[in-house]
Design a protein around this ligand. Structure first.
Ligand SMILES: Nc1ncnc2c1ncn2[C@@H]1O[C@H](COP(=O)(O)OP(=O)(O)OP(=O)(O)O)[C@@H](O)[C@H]1O
Ligand SMILES: [Mg+2]
Length: 283
């Protein structure tokens, strides 16, 4: 387990909230990660020591269940995010790493990389999401479960390597749909209250069956393997009580890092080979 994980995630959250880390103009080399998700598109810039420097994330319907469905929308959004971060940093971002859910067809991986290229980056790495997440987590044994907006991804690690992975279409969007249906409100309104932790106690009985479904998916995919611990990441891991439900159904102790939403984006950026920034004299 990465001893610096919590510090890194807290710092990532801070740059995401404030736009950029306020310190004297950084001119060293950077690593850049792009995560095109069903719910959020995330852009994160790290310095050469893997410290978060700047970032942005936006709710967007450009990807569905890990597959790019709106190319133009995805490219426009990423370009806009890139420009905003470049303006704050004072130099151009030229490279980025990206990731794809386990098990997606090769052509879809290419589609994700093409969005990154069309937005103006050289795409330096395309990795699967659990491997990316584990660059941040650094676990040797156990399961990484990424409950995002559209899907639940499962990867089982043995001696630091993925030995099994799967991705199934249940995620935060389903939580939102259940809430919208039960309260008879629009999806956007349901999304708003769902992401407010103060509402979680009231919403828990409504979404508990979806949490159980996530637990059942994890149980099915971990059966037959020795898994002593589950690390729950992805935005939906923010829903209060989900770790307990997954632990109950799988019978495996389940842990959630602080800021689980940023684990995969952080790991993606860590996979971008460090390279000089656009205005560096050394270029
Ligand atoms: N505080 C919160 N409480 C509950 N859910 C949350 C919270 N914050 C974010 N989410 C949910 O997390 C989901 C987004 O998570 P994430 O960014 O990991 O997914 P994604 O990468 O966009 O999707 P996918 O990986 O499935 O393609 C959304 O459904 C969002 O509503
Ligand atoms: Mg995701």
């Amino acid at each position: 387990m990465n001893p610096h994980l919590e510090t890194l995630l807290a710092q990532t959250e801070r740059v995401m909230r404030d736009g950029a880390f306020t310190r004297e103009a950084y001119r060293g080399a950077v690593r850049v990660g792009v995560d095109l998700g069903t719910a959020y598109t995330v852009l994160l810039v790290l310095d050469e020591n893997n410290q978060p420097l700047a970032g942005d994330y936006r709710f967007a319907n450009v990807v569905r269940d890990g597959l790019v469905v709106d190319f133009i929308g995805a490219i426009d959004l990423l370009r806009e995010m890139k420009r905003g971060i470049e303006a704050r940093l004072g130099f151009e971002l030229t490279h980025a790493a990206t990731a794809y859910p386990p098990g997606v067809p090769r052509v879809e991986v290419r589609a994700t990389a093409n969005v990154v290229r069309a937005a103006g980056f050289e795409c330096t790495a395309e990795i699967d999401e659990p491997t990316a997440a584990n660059a941040a987590l650094q676990i040797r044994d156990g399961a990484v479960v990424d409950v995002g907006g559209g899907t639940t991804g499962i990867a089982i690690f043995r001696d630091g390597q993925v030995i099994y992975s799967a991705d199934e279409a249940t995620g935060g969007t389903h939580f939102t749909l259940v809430i919208a249906g039960a309260l008879n409100i629009a999806f956007e309104d349901a999304e708003k209250i769902k992401t407010d932790p103060r509402e979680h106690t009231r919403l828990y009985p409504l979404v508990r069956p979806v949490m159980e479904k996530v637990g059942a998916i994890v149980a099915r995919h971990t059966r037959g393997f020795t898994v002593e611990k589950i690390f729950l990441v992805g935005g939906t891991a923010n829903f209060t009580g989900i770790a307990e439900v997954v632990a109950e159904i799988t019978g495996i102790p389940t842990q959630i890092p602080g800021q689980p939403l940023f684990v995969t984006p952080l790991g993606i950026a860590m996979n971008d080979p460090v390279h000089p920034n656009g205005t560096d004299e050394r270029v």
